[in-house]
Design a binder for this molecule. Structure first.
Ligand code: G6P
Length: 619
């Protein structure tokens, strides 16, 4: 939530910082700002800064009209507001009273009120409502007292509580940018004759693919030619260097109008990548990253899956699959609820944390709680080097590539693939399924790229539907079993992007209340399970008949040749035939396309929906 950038090198810092902010804008777009250490009139260096409410475009326009001076050291920020309204004054960077230090911040300083009080009693005049300005004043105090910027940052960080990534520059020291992190993301980009700071690697991927991940409670100082890491006490520390396996093209729109649409269409490739190298030709699974021994996996007697938002719907699907394949009881819980209800965890509990970003604060706090209770923690994550996998005992990366659209799409589908892999792997290790049964499901999974492609090839059908409903104000979604989370995800996508009333229900629950919402013409998306050996399919048809009898307009997603349901479909969206448990992989796709197209037709910003942020790094 908030994107931060820092640069020191030989290029124009203004350009590097603004470009980095553009690639991080998905993290927050309430305001944007920049600060540079530039040459002053008397041969001394000074801070120059500009910051504007609204999207980055506002800042770019301001800079274009009133060009910033040349400088090779700078920081930038794109904000998702927590403390204070999203206006120019509250925008970052924040400067100390003597304009010696500029600071950008991601996170929340929980003890800021006390620190602000202390500063005000000492005569400081704070201009904004933000917690960040307090950090700028404190760091400047240290620098004015003679500390170098690195020591100043260390001294101040020891006093701060909460979650923060801070990046600072000193007007009198153009050679360095100093950053610190606690419970918030921060990576260093390692260049030649230049170095970078970013909330994630997108900030500098255009310049370098070598990155350094920082540990908890660390400070990093970058100069043109060196990177030095320490803890908050000034003791030397180490980061972990890694190579980023995607490039700028992956973070660009590639001809699509929205990142989200591009990411929807990337899903066949993303599914294939998520499966790559994880099974042999006999369908035997190899999950080398699961660094929990087979013996320990055999001892697990309960699984708790925690997540937020769309990832929570992946968790719901995972419960159906994992319980079915492994017979291990599996609970699902929203991360923010989990920690506060005193969950029963033991050494034999496996806690699975699902997070696309790997930075969601509620999920991070939940895994820390689980680890304290000695449970084993496995992360399912898309972001290499992010905090949640780093703090977990094991990780399954989803390999979807960068997801920039705020509403998750390929992130979700690849989370599903990872959950299926985990369930099947547990079944393999514990012997709850025969090898050939597992191989059969793995074979089905391997075919899912093509099946999803089939659905995408039919996108025009969904776009026509969006055109038809572009003035609608309310939409319902119903599903059963693994189709229930799909209904919830379909409704969430519409809320996030089209800002209209949308709700998902378990179809069986309809007659216990929600059916009262049905009125003539109300569009209801119905996710119909494949015709299999169970009764789910028939029960779903009954639910569709019930709502249709009350005048709803039924939009039915079902197997292409399902002629039992077609008589009750006002609109029919054909799906490929797949096993029930895997159906969310194909059934979610038309709902993503519908939300994306409807929001486009309504004139909304699909990639940056109002009030949202890609990763929520505050509790
Ligand atoms: C935010 C995003 C959602 C996402 C959720 C969980 O609310 O807008 O799209 O599903 O966070 O994020 P995570 O990165 O933990 O999966």
């Amino acid at each position: 939530m908030c994107g931060i950038v820092g640069y020191v090198g030989e290029k124009q810092a203004r350009d590097v910082v603004v470009e980095g902010l553009r690639l991080l804008e998905y993290r927050g777009y309430d305001s944007a700002g920049i600060a540079l250490v530039a040459g002053g009139e008397l041969g001394q260096t000074v801070l120059v800064s500009d910051k504007r409410a609204g999207k980055l475009a506002n800042l770019e326009k301001a800079i274009a009209e009133d060009a910033l001076p040349a400088a090779t050291t700078g920081i930038g920020h794109t904000r998702w507001a927590t403390h204070g309204a999203p206006n120019d004054v509250n925008a970052h960077p924040h400067l100390g009273p003597q304009r010696r230090v500029a600071v950008v911040h991601n996170g929340i300083l929980e003890n800021f009120a006390r620190l602000r009080d202390e500063l005000e009693r000492a005569g400081h005049d704070l201009l904004s409502e933000t917690d960040t300005e307090v950090a700028a004043h404190l760091i400047e105090n240290e620098v004015l007292a003679g500390a170098d910027l690195t020591t100043a940052m260390q001294n101040v960080c020891r006093r701060l509580e909460g979650a923060f990534t801070l990046v600072a520059i000193d007007a009198h020291d153009p050679s360095r940018v100093v950053a610190a992190r606690r419970n918030s993301p921060l990576v260093v980009g390692l260049g030649v004759g230049e170095n970078f700071i970013g909330s994630d690697v997108a900030a500098f991927i255009e310049h370098t693919r070598e990155a350094l991940e920082l540990g908890q409670d660390q400070v990093v100082t970058i100069t043109r030619d060196a990177v030095a890491v320490s803890d908050f006490d000034g003791n030397e520390a180490q980061g972990r260097q890694y190579h980023v396996d995607w490039d700028l093209a992956a973070a660009e729109k590639d001809g699509y109008d929205w990142f989200m649409r591009k990411e929807i269409f990337e899903q066949p490739r993303a599914i294939a990548d998520a499966l790559l190298g994880r099974h042999d030709e006999n369908g035997q699974l190899q999950l080398d990253e699961v660094r929990i021994s087979d013996d320990e996996l055999r001892d697990i007697d309960k699984i708790v899956i925690i997540a937020c938002g769309t990832s929570n719907y992946a968790a719901m699907v995972a419960k159906y699959a994992i319980e079915h394949w492994t017979r291990i009881p599996c609970e699902i819980e929203l991360s923010h609820e989990f920690r506060y209800r005193d969950p029963i965890l033991t050494r034999n509990t496996l806690v699975v944390a699902i997070s696309q970003s790997g930075e969601t604060a509620d999920t991070l706090m939940a895994i820390r709680h689980a680890k304290k209770q000695k449970a084993k923690v496995l992360a399912i994550c898309n972001t290499n080097g992010s905090t949640i996998p780093r703090e977990s005992d094991a990780v399954i990366y989803t390999h979807a590539g960068p997801e920039i659209g705020v509403a998750s799409t390929k992130g979700f589908l690849t989370q599903l693939v990872a959950c299926y892999l985990l369930g099947l792997y547990l079944a393999q290790v514990r012997g709850t399924k025969y090898g050939d049964e597992i191989a059969a499901v793995v074979g089905e999974l391997a075919a899912m790229s093509d099946r999803v492609q089939q659905v995408l090839d039919d996108a025009d059908r969904v776009y026509a539907l969006a055109e038809r409903f572009k003035d609608t104000t309310s939409v319902l979604f119903i599903g059963r079993h693994a189709g229930f989370p799909v209904a919830l995800e379909g409704a969430l996508k519409l809320k996030e992007l089209a800002y209209i009333h949308a709700e998902g229900f378990a179809a069986g629950e309809l007659k216990h209340g929600p059916i009262a919402l049905i009125e003539p013409g109300l569009p209801v998306f119905c996710v119909v399970p494949p015709r299999g050996r169970d009764q789910l399919h028939d029960k779903m048809i009954s639910a569709i008949q019930e709502i249709r009898a009350r005048g709803a307009l039924t939009i039915v997603l079902a197997e292409a040749d399902d002629d039992e349901v077609t008589p009750y479909a006002d609109v029919f969206i054909p799906l490929p035939t797949v096993p029930t448990l895997l159906q969310p992989l194909v059934a979610t796709v038309p709902l993503q396309l519908f939300a994306c197209e409807l929001a486009t037709l309504m004139g909304h910003d699909v990639d940056q929906p109002r009030n949202l942020a890609k990763s929520v790094t505050v509790e």
